[in-house]
Design a protein around this ligand. Sequence first.
Ligand code: ADP
Length: 997
Amino acid sequence: MVGWILKKIVGSKNQRELRRLAPAVRRINEFDEQFKSLSDDALRAKTAAWKDELAKISDPEEQWNRLAEILPEAFAVVKNAARRLKERRHSFAVCDQPMTWDMVHFDVQLLGGIVLHRGRIAEMATGEGKTLVATLPLYLNALTSRGAHLVTVNDYLARRDAEWMGALYNFLGLTVGCIQHDQEPDVRRQQYACDITYGTNSEFGFDYLRDNGMATTREQQVQRGYHYAIVDEVDSILIDEARTPLIISGPATISTHQYDKWKPLIEQLVRKQTMLCNRVASEAAEKFEQGDVETAGRLMFKVKLGQPRNKQLLRMMEDPDKRRAIDKAELAFYTDTRKEELFALKEELFFTIDEKSNEADLSEQGRTFLNPDDPNAFVLPDLINEFTEIDLDETLSPEEKDKRKSERQQICDEQAERIHNISNLLRAYCVFDKDVQYVVEENKVVIVDEFTGRKMPGRRWSDGLHQAVEAKEGVQIDRETQTLATITIQNYFRLYQKLAGMTGTAETEAAEFHDIYKLDVNVVPTNRPVARKDHNDRIYKTRREKYNAVINEIREHHTKQQPVLVGTVSVEASELLSRMLKREKIPHNVLNAKFHMQEAEIVMRAGQPGTVTISTNMAGRGTDIKLGPGVPENGGLFVLGTERHEARRIDRQLRGRCARQGDPGGSRFYVSFEDDLMRNFGAADRMTKIMERFGLEEGQELEHRWLNKSVETAQKRVEQRNYLIRKRTLDFDDVMNMQREVVYTYRNEVIDSEDPRTLIYEVIDEAVPAKLKEYLDVDEPNFGGLIHWVNTTFPLGLTKDKAQFETRSVDENAQFLIGKVKEAYERKSSHEEPSAVKSLERYIILNAIDRLWQEHLYAMDALREGVYLRGYAQKDPLIEYKTEAYDMFVELMANIKNEVLHNLFRSTSNLQAFENFLASLPQFLLREDAPTAPTAPARARQPQPVGAMAGVAMDGDGAGEMSIDLPVRRSLPKVGRNEPCPCGSGKKYKNCCGRTA
Ligand code: ADP
């Protein structure tokens, strides 16, 4: 209350901020007036002049300051150009359709443009013309020639907006590009080279991953930095997509999941559970009959634990008395602090499902059913205890102890894997529904985004869940894949020096934008007052009654030719409604994940008289619904929500689809007690009371503005929970993000280095002393081991006598060895062609990074999964994860260096050179009977030299202590003679690294 009064007196923070921008808007308009007298060329000349000036400023900070200074003038240039295009009725083509330019920026649009330039989120209602707003800051920021990006939700909008707004940019002398899914790298590079580039978040993200994680030369990279980006529909991208990272993956070498094997048993188990729950529910029904409400409530709570979507349960929840009995039982179980009774109850089932947290848990009975011989097959052994016992067993030698431990460890790993598979399958059967969370298409399971209803082809649930659902649906189970590169969309956007966003709905999530992305939200007022009438929610007992009422209301509007847009939360719901409408012979269009091709056109027609359009929540976002003739007089577009969404934002989006630019329009939401939101998070108790008080009849509804509040409270509760989940995901991802940055930076340094030899030497300088410390900086220095390592890594043929390691300090030894290694390396390289050596050196490092980084990603996945199992030990999984991830990363970096050392003398750009090098080695290093001794004539071999095995035998100190093979690894991929050389030279392989003579 106080807050409300304060707002009235001093105005909200948002209003104050916007008021401060008002003078800038005035100045833009003044400039615009002045520019009217300029010729086209004079107006256009400003672009080039600013570009020249800004190019001379190298400090980004200073550049930003200069941009802020020229903002009013630059925005005026854009507005003035728009005016000229409009006056000339400039015609051009957009997505092959004729188009005439008809827009000049409104004042609120100028305001929105300033907000975007400042790196904030501009909340502007649907139809306010965000596409045009973005032209202002994009033009201004592109003047730095560092590239300005606009991120759209789909490829179609990227192309449409680039071509549409392109008219304006081209008039002003800026180039504009557009990234599309099917473009080749060359084309992409051209698009990124433009002043302004439009594209979707996943295309931008994948290009980043390919550039930084896969390209091996500068020429292969397509992007050119992350300067300024505006994210359109920023809430959908930063909030809704926060859970699915972009992943580039390849097939893993081994598949450990065994879903097909477990599927039949799990199917039986699920069936048994269903039968059990049905039996219990019938028993409960009898108890209710007999008036034993308490027992009945307990029984039904059991059903809820075992099968939350049980039909009888759902039906009983409609009855206020029964509902209260069940809720009461639930409360009693959860308030019992010892949880013993709850535990006992769970044991009466085969497994339990927690719908809210998406988890599945086997009980003793369930475990026995799955593996009658060994129910412990699904319990993790207590490793710590077992290890301690092994350690204490004095009859075992140290080797035997190690052996036993590793056996136990292996059993534990297998067990964990099995538990994981079963849990995934149970979730697949009991929590994931076809046509809600996913659809099956062309023998594939395709995820449906629960917020947008859009299909997300190519994305997969992680952790084997996707495979479990594939097994359930009986489609081809894709081989377990291994992550080659991954990033969350959020972290991709964090790369930009300046980020801005626009959307119709950001306000409810403002705190999250601020906390996580440091993005503040400014709500920009509409150009004309909003004339939409939002009606109270209508609440029904059951879904069936609710849908009947929805159909009635649709019919009412349809009969008087008022267009209706019906929003649903799932594909399933929109299909159900469509069937009901068909039965009623009401013509309609369905927009859901399954038809996104014609989406934009259907949405455009949704404002014509009498049309009925059913749409999953955000299908067709970004396309504006214009009213047809006679519609405004008829009340405008009516939006009807068939369910309240978990997030208020999504509901606001749906409402915002009508009443654009001051048009008339109305909206209403329908809710039932059977909706997921109400079942899981509704103030069930209170609602039940209200229902009782009013004594609802079949088909009767509740409607009061106080009830809207109750629904909103439930939504806020879910929003908060989802926010915490997203935050958690990001906390975990932050760890990966830092590591990725280090690795990618190093990788790029290698790619860009003109003199990779220095990088190789850095590796030698760091890795050799580290190794020496391992052998010598310990209680009992291991000189033998050190010599062994040296001789298996470098062709130095060191003997105890020659090395004299005992006579020097660790540091002196390091210097000595570094000198020797570099000397040998110089000798090896001297036999090769200088340019080829450079490519090879880069290749050796990149190869080590890529191979080990991928292994590391795999291990990090496992770690992330593993720390949750440790949650039992009351440790915070995140802290555990961070600590271990850090250790693993330190190890990774050391391993990369060691691998480089290891491959230094095992790689060659050309076999002849390698043989020359071998020939130059002292004879005692070479063994006569080596499989491919260098004495064999080189020409007799196949022209894939680098794949060959060259045996170099060394006879250590003559005492026969060491005899080591030095195999040549295939350090360059196997390539055909006429293919481009993998070293990136652009020449054919046979004329470059593959040259044999
Ligand atoms: P939003 O993304 O904000 O929902 P759009 O960018 O799709 O809105 O634009 C909505 C409609 O408003 C488009 O048809 C566009 O042509 C029109 N429009 C936008 N700005 C102006 C303007 N300044 N003058 C006239 N029409 C405009």
